[in-house]
Design a protein around this ligand. Structure first.
Ligand code: AHG
Ligand code: MN
Ligand code: MN
Ligand code: MN
Length: 332
């Protein structure tokens, strides 16, 4: 098969972003620059991850983040790298990060955009060399230009997203994002230090035979969810669970499937965070023909009230999400 770098799909990320400018008639390039800032930080993180075992940056950092998780050294490194790239890039006025309690004020008070970010997703997998990721959302600020970012800027409903995406540090490193005109995947070519279009116009299959859920919590699941899982087993579906949300999401996007992080006894409102995990992936899901709910309502319709609020998360092939919801709601 022809190498994609030589085929038309091998468009470099920079050129692709420039080509898509016409989708934003009033844009003056700030969003494009913001996407480049994120791509730059991801290249730096990619290099750190690829040599974590040699650089002594595996393992815990000896601190907890705002949500009581034991922070990994790479969680902190990724947070610093993305915060620095977004601050220096000048297009972001404020950031909400999984690893930081309040609003990160970048000092760019004339910038139009804010970013919510999970700098390193799946960090429990770092030390065992399993795929990890980064998840991000971009919104227009609501407060007047020229002032510090406000809580209202950061607590926006998912439907207000201007762009969202993820980076996958896996067998190959990929950047997958959408600006509201479909989902495109770019694969990193380390020898050139550039991302190239490898997965144009990604579309999720309407149905699938893969279900991703941590069944360790099975005994505490809602009865309806237990019945849905039994139905998956009766049909001999494949159970695949990486422990990195981005990896499970990406596989299901390509092959069809459903990822569920439900309400459990340990996480009554689910473990995943609305602002920098679920909203971004829900945006990408809907841009690629997939579906994302909390088991009852569309993720993108949830009105956030707290920076680190959690939500149950049902995302993937629409037929599977709809069926899981009907079991959960006792309609099956
Ligand atoms: P993070 O590493 O950013 O805190 O996210 C971890 C999330 C998600 O990536 C993954 O699917 C899920 O936590 C795994 O949780 P369990 O270990 O409870 O299954
Ligand atoms: Mn974490
Ligand atoms: Mn995460
Ligand atoms: Mn994280």
């Amino acid at each position: 098969m022809m190498d994609k770098l030589t085929a038309s799909v091998g468009t470099a990320l920079d050129r692709f972003i420039a080509q898509k400018q016409e989708q934003f008639p009033y844009a003056t390039g700030e969003l494009s620059q913001l996407l480049r800032d994120i791509a730059l930080a991801s290249k730096i993180i990619n290099r750190e991850i690829n040599r974590a075992g040699l650089a002594g940056i595996e393992g815990g950092a000896g601190a907890e983040n705002v949500q009581g998780e034991a922070q990994q050294k790479l969680d902190m490194i990724a947070d610093i790298r993305f915060t620095r790239a977004l601050s220096k890039g000048g297009e972001t006025c404020g950031i909400i990060s999984e690893e930081v309690d309040g609003i990160i004020d970048t000092g760019n008070h004339h910038a139009k955009y804010i970013v919510t970010i999970d700098p390193l997703d799946g960090s429990s997998n770092i030390d065992v060399n399993v795929l990890v990721g980064t998840i991000f959302s971009i919104y227009r600020r609501r407060s007047p230009i020229g002032r510090p970012p406000t809580k209202e800027d950061m607590l926006q409903q998912g439907t207000e997203q201007v762009a969202a995406g993820y980076v996958l540090y896996g067998s190959s490193t990929m950047l997958v994002y959408s600006t509201g005109y479909g989902v495109n995947g770019f694969t990193y070519e380390p020898s050139l230090g550039e991302y190239f279009l490898s997965h144009p116009n990604m579309q999720c299959k309407e149905d699938g035979e893969i279900y991703s859920i941590n069944e360790g919590g099975y005994n505490t699941f809602d009865e309806g969810l237990k019945e849905y899982i039994t139905a998956c087993k009766d049909r001999e579906y494949s159970s695949r669970y990486i422990g990195s949300l981005v990896g499970d999401f990406h596989r299901n996007l390509l092959k069809g499937g459903i990822y569920i992080y439900p309400s459990t006894s340990k996480y009554k409102t689910g473990k995943l965070r609305l602002l920098y995990e679920c909203n971004a992936l829900a945006f990408l899901a809907e841009q690629s023909g997939a579906m994302a709910t909390d088991g009852y309502q569309r993720i993108l319709d949830i009105k956030p009230t707290e920076f680190h609020q959690r939500t149950p998360f049902y995302v993937g092939s629409p037929k599977m999400v709809e069926e899981a919801m009907s079991f959960l709601q006792g309609k099956k």
